[in-house]
Ligand binder design. Structure first.
Ligand code: BGC
Length: 749
């Protein structure tokens, strides 16, 4: 760092201004005079998109997209894929791979949901953390994006999101927080949007106070492409690098601000230092002569795609298919797979495997009828008729359905959750002529399934990367046992989604009125039935759970609680189970979701085998964000710990008493109510003298029988202290009020 500081001191102001913007779309700025090199970055997140000057993209392995990867619930897999991407980056001399994308799926309509992990912040944070660890294990940097709350594509470059502080902390920041604190990404990419009126690129609060001071981030912050706002203000706020390069257009703004005193030179120096610290480090970490095995990465992509697929339905074990089943495959996606999304994450794959290729390779005898095109949503009656005729003689029909490319992409949001009409119609018609219908889906986000009751099997394949055709074959024929779990809720209808009334907003503004109730938190609380819940996913085998043990009977703040339980494969196939741990808090101090995911563990078991899985909970696992105290608080009292195969299939449960080290402070005033004092675990003793007097004496007068005892009690609790002195001067005098307020002071803010 000292070397960097002295280098910075040799730079002219103009050179400094140039170094805080990119050289072009993908490079940092070099300064030949001082031998400052330039390094290259590319998109991400699920493979490399390295472009040359002619906008030609080099080939790379296309791994499953974020939505698919999160459905694996497999930290190790994320690290392996990250490491493979890092290896490819080293081979291509890339210093930063842009990603992972850690935004929350607020609405299933968001066009970029295929890149994002989950509707749940814990799962998103874990996935992002392990992706970063994987890529960075190869000496290549990551850019955790899009910080933060980039939850829609409509008006994406200027939308102002109104998000209350608790929701921001608990839902939209906490995944980023985990990845920053536990994986230390080299860079963070700030998003286009504004939060509560402040564009991210100039939000000192988020870029400096939260990211650096609270979470300890010490890499550099770059903008999303074109997300720069007031140039000098951004530097002052803690934005280090503007991307892509601006051809010097904004350099004068910075220079003038420094010369006019509006921007302290120290702030510009600091940004330059951070960028150069990375650049020189990256050059050192570059390895010579790295090459990778295209075969191996393709194998990993196939393995991963299979581990991500979610078996949603398997009526009467229609799956796995047997070699001797007479199977008809229908749907254009069987020959033209859709395996990645559109936009900046689009990869030029090294190779692709379609389902038809994989079936042939495996030596399966099958028939295929296109039925509909993968590229169009128009009904083609001739194709339909052929598929229906072929289905009549089949034992089982597998429909390769999904969203055509133009249905979802970066740049715009969907407006509905429907599959194309040609597909919905054909699935229903096929169900009329064949009794075993299996639907395999290729899509980046939830779809409605009007034909769901007619389907015997449903496999959610997501956008599974270049080898997804092979992976579908592996799952359908049982070479691999499905072990994916939904990382998001599939609602019955779009209208049920918690953001429905406030998405995507209007006139440049969107209100996050559902607050902390995103995804399953909302469906659970409102008891709204869904098509498939968060965490859902079936296997070809079965698992039992027992022996839940906690290493403590009570949890005190700052403790670490270790939980173990035993899982046994009770079926006759090897397979992996995802044990999920939820916490149900008392919800008295703060409104809480019925349960929140706080741990998970994926374990592979041979038939009859048992393993102990371990979960680790800390204060944060129990905590909510207290806005007035600006901090995380655990509620005192019993919390339920629920461990299960899915949230709807909780197998083990235990209560634990939580004893927080600190309690929220009171806002002491004559207008606080009796209830506020009584609810404070320590301060309540100060008011007991009055409660005793009140109970001993006659309580509120019920002169004409209008007040029942519950109402009398409620009125008493909701009474402001000052009002008591007016209504009950003989029980609670002005002196009593003053004494009480003094005694409450130590508990006050
Ligand atoms: C996207 C980023 C991407 C960047 C560079 C932007 O439009 O939002 O995710 O990394 O372009 O391609």
């Amino acid at each position: 760092m000292d070397g960097i500081k002295s280098l910075v001191s040799k730079l002219t102001l103009k050179e400094k201004c140039s170094l805080v913007s990119g050289f072009d779309s993908w490079h940092t700025q070099p300064v030949e005079r001082l031998e400052i090199p330039s390094v290259m970055m590319t998109d991400g997140p699920h493979g490399l998109r390295k472009m040359d000057e002619n906008k030609k993209t080099a080939s790379a392995t296309c791994f499953p997209s974020g939505a698919a990867l999160a459905s694996s619930w497999d930290r190790e897999l994320l690290e392996k894929i990250g490491a493979a991407i890092g290896e490819e980056a080293q081979a291509e001399k890339i210093s930063i791979v842009l990603g992972p994308a850690c935004n929350i799926k607020r609405s299933p309509l968001c066009g970029r949901n295929f890149e994002y992990f989950s509707e749940d912040p814990y799962l998103s944070g874990q996935m992002a953390k392990h992706h970063v660890l994987g890529v960075q294990s190869q000496g290549v940097g990551t850019s955790l994006k899009h910080f933060c709350a980039n939850n829609q594509e409509t008006m994406r470059m200027r939308i102002d999101e109104q998000i209350d502080e608790r929701t921001l902390r608990e839902i939209y920041l906490s995944g980023f927080e985990t990845a920053v604190k536990e994986a230390e990404p080299a860079t963070v990419m700030c998003s286009y949007n504004s939060v509560n009126g402040m564009p991210l690129a100039c939000s000192k609060r988020l870029l400096t106070d939260v990211l650096r001071h609270e979470w300890g981030f010490d890499g550099f912050v770059m903008t999303d492409w074109g997300a720069i706002k007031e140039r000098a203000e951004c530097v002052a706020a803690g934005l280090d690098l503007e991307m892509p390069g601006c051809n010097g257009v904004f350099n004068d703004e910075i220079e003038n601000a420094v010369q006019g005193g509006a921007l302290a030179i120290e702030k510009l120096d600091r940004a330059v230092e951070r960028v150069l610290t990375f650049v020189f480090g990256a050059v050192k970490r570059q390895k010579e002569g790295v090459s990778y095995s295209v075969e191996e990465h393709d194998r990993l992509a196939r393995e991963a795609a299979a581990d991500c697929m979610v078996l949603l339905k398997n009526k009467e074990s229609v799956l796995p298919l047997k070699k001797e089943d007479k199977v008809l495959f229908v749907g254009g996606f069987a020959e033209t797979p859709r395996y990645q999304g559109g936009g900046s994450s689009h990869i030029q794959p090294l190779r692709t495997t379609s389902l038809l290729d994989a079936l042939k390779e495996r030596g399966i005898v099958f028939s295929y009828s296109k039925g509909f095109s993968a590229k169009s949503d128009e009904i083609d009656e001739k194709l339909e008729a052929k598929a229906l005729a072929a289905a009549k003689t089949a034992d089982k029909v597998v429909v390769m359905a999904g969203l055509p490319d133009f249905y979802e992409s970066e740049g715009y949001d969907r407006t509905h959750l429907r599959l194309p009409p040609n597909q919905n119609r054909l699935i229903e018609l096929l169900a009329g002529v064949c009794s075993n219908i299996i639907v395999v889906l290729s899509n980046g986000a939830p779809v409605e399934m009007p034909w769901e009751p007619l389907a015997d099997g449903i496999l959610e394949g997501y956008l599974g990367g270049q080898a997804s055709g092979g992976a579908v074959c592996d799952i359908l024929y049982g070479d691999k046992n499905p072990s994916g779990r939904l990382a998001e809720t599939f609602p019955l209808r779009l209208e049920d989604n918690p953001s429905y009334l406030n998405f995507p907003g209007a006139q440049g503004r969107v209100d996050y009125r559902e607050g902390i109730y995103t995804g399953y938190r909302y469906y659970d609380k409102k008891k709204i039935p869904v098509l498939y819940p968060f965490g859902h996913g079936l296997s070809y085998t079965s698992f039992s759970y027992d022996c839940l043990k906690l290493d403590e009977e009570e949890f005190e703040e700052e403790d670490v609680l270790i939980l173990t339980c035993r899982i046994t494969n009770t079926g006759d196939r090897a397979g992996a189970e995802v044990a999920q741990l939820y916490i149900a808090a008392p919800g008295i101090q703060a409104d809480r979701a019925p349960k929140e995911l706080k741990g998970f563990s994926k374990v592979f078991l041979n038939p009859g085998e048992s393993k102990i899985v371990t979960f680790r909970l800390d204060s944060r696992s129990f905590a909510y964000y207290n806005v007035s105290e600006k901090g995380w608080f655990c509620e005192p009292g019993f919390h339920r710990i629920l461990v299960g195969s899915t949230p709807a299939d909780i197998r083990l449960e235990q209560k634990i008493m939580v004893r927080p080290g600190r309690v929220p402070r009171l806002k002491v005033s004559p207008y606080m109510t009796v209830r506020e004092v009584l609810e404070h675990p320590e301060a309540k003793k100060e008011i007991s003298f009055f409660v005793d007097r009140y109970t001993a004496k006659e309580r509120i007068n019920d002169q004409d029988g209008a007040l029942n005892p519950q109402m009398i009690d409620a009125m008493f609790r909701e009474m402001p202290l000052k009002t008591l002195t007016v209504l009950y001067p003989e029980l609670f005098s002005q002196d009593d009020l003053e004494t009480l307020l003094k005694r409450l002071e130590p508990y006050g803010v």
